[in-house]
Design a protein around this ligand. Structure first.
Ligand code: HEM
Ligand code: CU
Length: 444
């Protein structure tokens, strides 16, 4: 294949991707990339020393077409502490370019390769200890479009999953160092999209309009975990399986191996928030692997009608559970001492609440509200009792953040409700209220 002309590759930070190659002929393409080691946010109040390609995690998206002759200029910033290199899975050649690109801080190297196979490929640092360089954020995607380009779509985004291993646990505040033992054990504290908790939520959410076709270039840097990539509320119309040429249609969840990728496409038909997750679902709600694609536009009730009826369901029979109490309604109850309530409350919390509200009541951003220093909680103990006893749904505001979700009713005794709420009120900067069993009993 003949190559015409020469141009410099457009490079973009996630979630954006460069312009499509379209019908352009194969060319000589100059790629400039710089390694930067820098401290960035892993989650609210948590920082981490990332090693990056071009300053972002994942690194810049590189977009080429098959037959391009790439001249790759690889630089390592003088402030770096370590040497680095790059192994591009799109390269046919030893180490994917790793040996040729190995550079000490304040040095640069140039190497060449030709893109032989169309597809979506991962690149990563391959400097020893390789796992550690990848775990610190050294990965990204390179797309090799086929002759004539991929079919046009309305929106394209760049999403990449990665797992992180920190000395503290998930959410522990302050600077967190890399933990090699946890990495070896594959015991991830964080599993995230685009480098951090909230990398694709809030101001970082993705956007589309009803009727548009969205294409996501999804990679998985690992270093360890396989992603069960799923979008809640959508079905992938097409998946370029494993980033290759085979197209699979009508897919709910697609596997993305560590060091692999997939291209997924879907038309958005109704407005609302679509939720990107790793469907190994504790990772989504407890480790950060959750993103939002916000779809705006007209409702389409044929496609999705929303709730059309609501009512009480009472089958007339009782399915008893062990923890349900046998207290008769009116018998007076002996109140536990404060110390007993605190101890009992802690156990009840661990068994019933911790999974969602987290060990120290911090909650999970955008999913479960905090119980620590919660203005909602401190404003009214009766309302809090009702939330636990009867469940809670609909929009609430906690410390300025809106939650609109469902907390199931907790099947625990009135005494346990009193203990757990007393425990919560007397911990984590709450207002030290005491909740009595009588108070719980009187809520109907
Ligand atoms: C909201 C307490 C278990 C999910 C709340 C609130 C309280 C509370 C006081 C009000 C908001 C705030 O102050 O932050 C408890 C206690 C629990 C418990 C004491 C255990 C006995 C759970 C569990 C889940 C859950 C197991 C998840 C399955 C939620 C959600 C909300 C919420 C989603 C917000 C509901 C809305 O948006 O309307 N919880 N919770 N909670 N809780 Fe729980
Ligand atoms: Cu490196």
């Amino acid at each position: 294949m003949k190559v015409y002309g020469e141009s410099e590759a457009e490079m973009t930070a996630p979630p954006m991707v460069p312009k499509p190659v379209g019908k352009r002929a194969a060319t000589k393409l100059i790629v400039n990339m710089e390694v930067v080691e820098k401290e960035m946010e892993m989650a609210d109040g948590v920082t981490y020393n990332y090693w990056t390609f071009d300053g972002s995690v994942p690194g810049s998206f590189i977009r080429t077409r098959v037959g391009d002759e790439i001249e790759f200029h690889f630089k390592n910033h003088p402030d770096s502490k370590l040497p680095h290199n790059i192994d591009l899975h799109a390269v046919t050649g030893p180490g994917g370019g790793a040996e040729s690109s190995y550079v000490a801080p304040g040095h640069q190297a140039t190497f060449n390769f030709k893109t032989m196979n169309p597809g979506l490929y991962v690149y990563h640092c391959a400097t020893a200890p390789v796992g550690m360089h990848i775990a610190n954020g050294m990965y990204g995607l390179i797309l090799v479009e086929p002759e004539g380009g991929l079919p046009p779509v309305d929106r394209e985004y760049y999403v990449m999953q990665g797992d992180f291993y920190t000395e503290g646990e998930y959410g522990d505040r302050g600077f967190q160092a890399f933990d090699m033992n946890k990495a070896v054990d594959e015991d991830a504290d964080y599993v995230v999209f685009n480098g951090k908790v909230g990398g694709l939520t809030g101001d970082n959410a993705l956007h589309a309009k009803v009727g548009e076709t969205v294409r996501l270039y999804v990679g998985n840097g690992g270093p360890n975990l396989i992603s069960s990539f799923h979008v809640i509320g959508e079905i992938f119309d097409r998946v370029y399986a494993e980033g290759g040429t085979t197209i699979n249609e009508n897919i709910q969840t697609t596997l993305i191996p560590a060091g692999g990728a997939a291209i997924v496409e879907f038309k958005v038909e109704v407005p609302g928030n679509l939720v990107l997750v790793d469907h190994s679902i504790f990772r989504a709600f407890n480790k950060g692997a959750l993103g939002i694609l916000k779809v705006e536009g007209e409702e389409n009730e044929k496609v999705y009608g929303g709730k059309t009826a609501e009512g009480v369901y009472n089958p007339g029979t009782v399915v008893s559970s062990e923890s349900a109490t046998e207290e008769t309604d009116d018998a007076p109850v002996a109140e536990l001492s404060m110390a007993d309530k605190m101890e009992r409350g802690k156990q009840v919390y661990t068994q019933n609440c911790l999974a969602c509200h987290q060990a120290t009541g911090g909650g999970v951003p955008n999913a479960f509200p905090p119980l620590a220093a919660s203005d909602w909680l401190n404003a009214d103990p009766h309302r809090a009792i009702d939330a636990v006893k009867f469940g809670l749904s609909g929009e609430i505001k906690v410390n300025g953040n809106v939650y609109n979700s469902v907390m199931p009713k907790q099947n625990i005794s009135d005494e346990d409700v009193a203990s757990v709420l007393t425990y919560i009120y007397n911990n984590w900067d709450n207002n030290k209220s005491e909740v009595t069993t009588e108070m719980v009993k009187s809520r109907k």
